[in-house]
Design a protein around this ligand. Structure first.
Ligand code: 26V
Length: 797
């Protein structure tokens, strides 16, 4: 059906009539998209079944990646590429007068994630399948993913995301594989044959219904599964408010939580977490039992990976199943569990570490709480033997303390592997944040530097560059991204460098066109496209970037001789709805944009653009068009970053601090091909530990800073009088926790050298080439191979 264009067209037209009940001439783009999607899903179904059959018959060890987020974006083009049918489909459709690119635009983003953590999960699924590894994702099918962002008068406004409005063509509902999840109620304890037996009674039951999506590897036979759960009512209770029950159950899979400081106390979020792990473990055990008689060797065939602590209740839930349902003793169950579960930590920010009040946890999950309590007691008693009398240490390591359940501690105790996501991050975990645990369980700790799938972030999103690469070194790099290093031989080949630069210009034109359509702004293609796209957080320091823009504006206004290469500063960022400071920064960026872009003196040199509703599908247009990648977090705060890798792979040059994976990017490309500035992580941590930073001094001693800071309060933005005072206060009165002013001067200097470097186009193009050539290391194929070999012990099948 997809091997021959004629056959494809015929099948497409027939399918369209059958599914939409319309003739081709009456059909809409939506109909056509849906038809094509269905055809693809049916096309993979045989291989999908075969893959599962192979795993089952060969009893291969499989990994299940539990994640509260999967940020997939759109899948049409992705699937066409991986299945190797893009050309047939595109040309077949073209014959029918359909532009494939238009059909792609019909698809909504599956935005079931906040940012890096959720996108990492999506990249991992692609690498697992492409490497023929038996690995599946388990998550929640949120009715509403991350909110849609509108900018109104420069302010962020949130609208609910409606990605399921037109259905989701890639999924298959499997109601027969539903499982029931109990909440609330009590635990009844009885003695049976000299053994304590636990029964969860009077519970409120919710049905978890799986929706499966095929995950096709790049030109392989492997089709893995992403299983997303939906919450539905179980049997309706008699004599109760049926509508209320329906509403309450369905609310579990209604919304993705936007990461938020006020997480504390949100029962629904804890419900979501237990819902995910309980449903997933039940389903894994069901299929495991179809192949094996006993659960004793479970860990030899199953690895469960928890993406951050959100799914950490997998630990007590697996214990519960093994003990209460399978009749194993505590020690046996604990042995199996702690050889099954592995855990990735994605942040050291204390405000992001999950803690649940016992008063919420215990009534909602009474049996799970008992198990966590038992785990805690046993762990504390081990600690007591190891550190007799050291109460302070025991208190700080306990899983339950001060009436709170600490999810990271549970993960550390109940798993066999704990990894950070970049070398620096792992180092900080081991030697600082989790040092006490590292001393107890040194063998558990390891590093797995993040990666991105080069198939999505280069092959798919930047076809012109991909073609050029293939022309230069053949197409082996698609299977083996390390081959990209072979590009380095073109370092002195001016025609190849020119061609790379031409591709960049073409991509910049495309982005400029979109910006023009959305904002009405004309962008100078010869300006440096300087881009910062990521969630808005104080530690990521979008503020440093925009304050620098204000400084440049001042220079241009005050000094007729001031020279700078024209620059377009592009931002894209969503702020968590309750994050007051982050929203102020968005408003500031938009106010600066308004002022700078209108000023006839500066508008040809300086432009500021805020891209509304930054999301995966927009990201795919942004990275290929970047000259400069802004990775300017306060050192020690960004666990890894993955946007940094996407920019690098598309030939942008990083302006960054030595934070997260920037450190490793720097090691790969060398000093000459990156712009490093600012405090180092040990300097930052030193300041936190010993004090010594007084932001006020920088305000007084650096008149560039003083001018910009005063403009936040004066009539610089006439229509918003005291709007930015909270920003001023956080920098001056609250002593600037993120060292924005401390790093300002260093940032100004490095940005000046960026401008000079760009004007030496030969040098710039060489830098760009080196970045592309060295980016293969940051493919998630490398990352996944490390996880497979060193943590999961799974093999290609
Ligand atoms: C959550 C919160 C919630 C409370 C307010 C502050 C805050 C700050 C950060 C987070 C994110 C926690 C987990 C996370 O998404 N980490 C990201 O994971 C990426 C994939 O490993 C990594 O590249 C990013 O550096 C890391 O921030």
């Amino acid at each position: 059906m997809f091997s021959d264009k004629g056959e494809f067209k015929e099948a497409f037209l027939k399918k369209l009539e059958m599914t939409c009940g319309k003739s081709f001439s009456e059909s809409s783009e939506k109909d056509q998209f849906f038809t094509l999607g269905l055809m693809i899903r049916e096309y993979v179904s045989t291989e999908w079944i075969n893959t599962n059959e192979r795993y089952r018959v060969d009893k291969v060890k499989q990994v299940y990646y539990f994640s509260i987020e999967f940020l997939l974006g759109r899948l049409l083009h992705h699937n066409l590429l991986n299945l190797g049918i893009e050309d047939v489909v595109a040309s077949g459709l073209a014959d029918l007068g359909i532009d494939l690119a238009h059909l792609e635009d019909v698809e909504s983003d599956a935005g079931l994630g906040n940012g890096g953590l959720g996108r990492l999960a999506a990249c991992f699924l692609d690498s697992l399948a492409s490497l023929n590894l038996p690995g599946h994702g388990y998550g929640i099918r949120y009715k509403h993913g991350l909110f849609e962002q509108k900018i109104v008068d420069g302010y962020q406004v949130e609208l609910p995301d409606q990605w399921l409005r037109n259905g989701h063509v890639w999924e298959v509902r499997k109601a027969d594989l539903s499982v029931e999840i109990p909440f609330w109620g009590e635990v009844e304890v009885r003695e049976e044959n000299g053994r304590q037996v636990f029964r969860h009674i009077h519970a409120e039951r919710v049905t978890a219904v799986p929706y499966d999506m095929p995950v096709a590897g790049y030109k392989t036979d492997t089709i893995n599964t992403l299983r997303l759960w939906t919450a539905e009512p179980s049997r309706y209770p008699i004599n109760q408010d049926v509508l209320k029950y329906k509403r309450e159950t369905e609310s579990i899979s209604e919304f993705l939580y936007p990461d938020d400081t006020q997480d504390e106390g949100k029962i629904l979020r804890l419900k979501q977490q237990y819902f995910l792990v309980s449903a997933s473990i039940k389903s894994i055990i069901q299929s495991y039992k179809r192949q094996h008689h006993s659960l004793i060797n479970f860990h030899e065939y199953v690895s469960i990976h928890i993406n951050d602590t959100h799914p950490v209740l997998a630990i007590p839930e697996l214990m519960r199943v093994l003990i209460d349902e399978e009749g194993l003793g505590w020690d046996t169950a604990w042995g199996i569990t702690t050889q099954t579960i592995s855990y990735t930590n994605h942040t050291t920010l204390s405000e992001a570490l999950e803690k649940w009040p016992v008063r919420i946890f215990q009534p909602l999950l009474p049996r799970i709480f008992m198990i966590v309590n038992e785990v805690n007691e046993r762990f504390c008693s081990d600690l007591w033997n190891k550190y007799p009398g050291d109460w302070n240490r025991i208190e700080s390591l306990a899983i339950i303390a001060h009436n709170q359940v600490k999810m990271a501690h549970l993960a550390l105790v109940g798993s066999y592997s704990v990894n950070g996501v970049a070398a620096l991050h792992t180092d900080i975990l081991q030697n600082r944040e989790m040092n006490h645990f590292y001393k107890i369980f040194p063998e558990k700790f390891n590093n797995k530097t993040n990666g991105i799938t080069h198939r999505s972030w280069l092959l798919k999103s930047n076809p012109s560059l991909s073609n050029l690469i293939t022309m230069g070194i053949g197409d082996e790099w698609i299977r083996d991204p390390n081959q990209l290093r072979r590009l380095l031989k073109f370092k002195n080949d001016s025609s190849y460098l020119q061609a790379i630069s031409d591709v960049k210009t073409e991509n910049k034109k495309n982005l400029a066109k979109r910006i023009r359509a959305q904002t009405g702004e004309w962008i100078n293609i010869d300006s440096i496209f300087d881009i910062q796209v990521k969630r808005l957080h104080a530690y990521k320091r979008q503020l440093l970037n925009i304050l620098h823009v204000m400084y440049l504006y001042n220079r241009l206004k005050e000094d007729a001789h001031f020279h700078m290469h024209p620059r377009t500063f592009i931002f894209g960022a969503k702020a968590s709805p309750g994050y007051y400071f982050a929203k102020k920064v968005i408003k500031l960026i938009n106010s600066v944009a308004e002022k700078v872009n209108k000023d006839s003196l500066t508008k040809d040199t300086l432009k500021v653009i805020f891209l509304e509703n930054y999301r995966v599908s927009l990201a795919e247009e942004v990275f290929p068009a970047a000259d400069v990648s802004e990775q300017i977090s306060t050192a020690s705060k960004e666990a890894s970053g993955t946007g940094n890798m996407k920019f690098m792979m598309n030939g942008a040059i990083t302006v960054g601090t030595l934070d997260g994976a920037n450190v490793e990017i720097h090691e790969k490309v060398g000093d000459e091909n990156i712009f490093i500035f600012g405090l180092r992580s040990d300097e930052v941590l030193n300041y936190y530990q010993h004090g010594g930073y007084h932001s006020m001094e920088y305000y007084h001693h650096d008149k560039r800073i003083r001018q910009v800071m005063d403009q936040l309060k004066s009539g610089f933005f006439p229509e918003v009088m005291d709007e930015f005072e909270p920003i001023f206060d956080s920098l001056i009165m609250e002593n600037d926790q993120y060292f924005v002013l401390r790093d300002f001067s260093s940032y100004v200097n490095v940005q000046e050298s960026v401008g000079y470097a760009y004007e030496d186009q030969k040098r710039w193009r060489q830098m760009s080439l080196v970045n592309i050539g060295e980016s293969g290391h940051f493919s998630s194929d490398r990352t996944i191979e490390e996880y497979a070999n060193e943590i999961w012990h799974i093999h290609p099948s």
